[in-house]
Structures are given as C-alpha cells and as structure tokens.
Design a protein. Structure first.
Length: 221
C-alpha cells in the first residue's frame, strides 16, 4: 500500500484539457506533461462553413467549422457538445464514444461533414476533412522525475493514440504504473508494463474520475 493515499496523476492530454482535468481532481497532485499538441492544418474552410451539418468527435475541431448559425452538430460527448453550443450550433449529443454517433448519423436530416484530427480512434461513415494534427511531444523533466521514483503513478489516457505514445515514452519507467483508460480501445493500444489497469465504465471525464478513485480504493482495501 502506498504511503500517499492519492498517488500522483501524470496528465498527458493537450495543455488546456489537462489543466481542466487537474482542476476537477482537488486534493490530487498532478504533473502535466502533454504527450501531443494540437496543431491546425490547412483545410477547405469554405466547405465546412457551408456544410448544413457537422459531426464533432473532438472539441478541438469546432472552431474550424466556422460560426454555428443554428446548424446541426452531432457531438461525441458533453465537453464537445458544450463547445459547439457556445459556437452557435444546434447540438445533438452522443454517449461519449464514436459508436454512439452512428445511429445519429443514420437519422440526420441533412448531409454531414466530419472535421477531424489526422488520427482517428474510429472512422465514421461521413466525409471527413482533417483540420488538425496531433503531434507527438517528449515528456517533460518533471514527468521523467516522477516516473523515476518508487511510488505508483496514475496514468489516465483518453485516446488510443495518446495511450500508444505514452506507452512508448514510459516503457523504462521505474515507478509502478497504474493505467486508467477511457475505453477498451485505449487500453488495448497500451504496450508498456503496468502494475494495475482500469477502464472507465463511461467514456467521459467523470467516468475517468470514477475509475481513478476506484483503482486507488482497490489498492487500499
């Protein structure tokens, strides 16, 4: 049993997302070291601005679609839905994963386009336009120091790509690694040794918070 009832979190999402998640876990030490950064890429912005409906699987894609103007937006989950609403879209919200968007896509009353990142967890049956790239980054010195310690480190991963990149980056870590994955696909993308693993029951930030608390509670029981 670790001496610290709250093992530290190593948060490797893009910086705004990591900071928001850290703020939602008061009382937990968090080291933030993004494993990738979001970089816009050239795309056909006029086509997106003219599209009668959009599919958003990430909040990072919303700005690329232009003003909402009441257009339909099918959004993967709560955070993306809120960003789309703020941009003026008429939102229909999925259950947190791409699979939940499929029936919404089939029943959509207008043609759809999917502004997306270069790397997708699951392709969707709609035309896609790449609007950003998830570029890999090395871990920070603070993250390396954390991973070189003796105590457990909790690694929340929010996508298969981040799981794959982080697994490569921590392969030689000395610290016991407790993986918390947002989905089974993210867990399967992980390749490094772990002391413990958990998959969130719901593919959402709240699901991840619950899974983190449960993995710690299981260790302390």
């Amino acid at each position: 049993m670790p001496a610290d009832p709250h093992p530290p979190l190593l948060l490797t999402r893009p910086l705004p997302d990591a900071r928001r998640f850290a703020a939602s876990m008061p009382g937990w030490r968090a080291v933030i070291s993004p494993i990738m950064r979001i970089v816009p890429v050239d795309h056909d912005g006029a086509r997106l601005a003219a599209a009668p409906g959009l599919v958003f699987t990430s909040a990072h894609a919303v700005a690329a679609a232009g003003p909402g103007r009441g257009r339909l937006a099918l959004c993967v989950g709560g955070r993306t839905a809120q960003v789309a609403r703020d941009a003026g879209f008429q939102v229909t919200e999925g259950a947190g994963n791409a699979q939940s968007l499929l029936p919404l896509i089939r029943s959509a009353p207008v043609p759809l386009i999917h502004p997306q990142g270069r790397y997708l967890a699951q392709p969707l049956p709609v035309p896609g336009i790449v609007v950003y790239e998830q570029q890999a980054q090395p871990l920070s010195d603070a993250a390396a120091a954390l991973l070189a310690g003796n105590g457990p480190v909790i690694l929340p991963v929010f996508s298969p790509r981040s799981a794959r990149l982080l697994g490569q980056a921590v392969d030689q870590a000395r610290a016991p690694l407790w993986l918390v994955a947002i989905s089974e696909a993210a867990r399967e993308a992980w390749a490094a040794p772990t002391a413990r693993q958990a998959v969130a029951a719901l593919p959402s930030a709240e699901g991840m918070r619950q899974a983190i608390r449960q993995i710690v509670a299981a260790e302390q029981s």
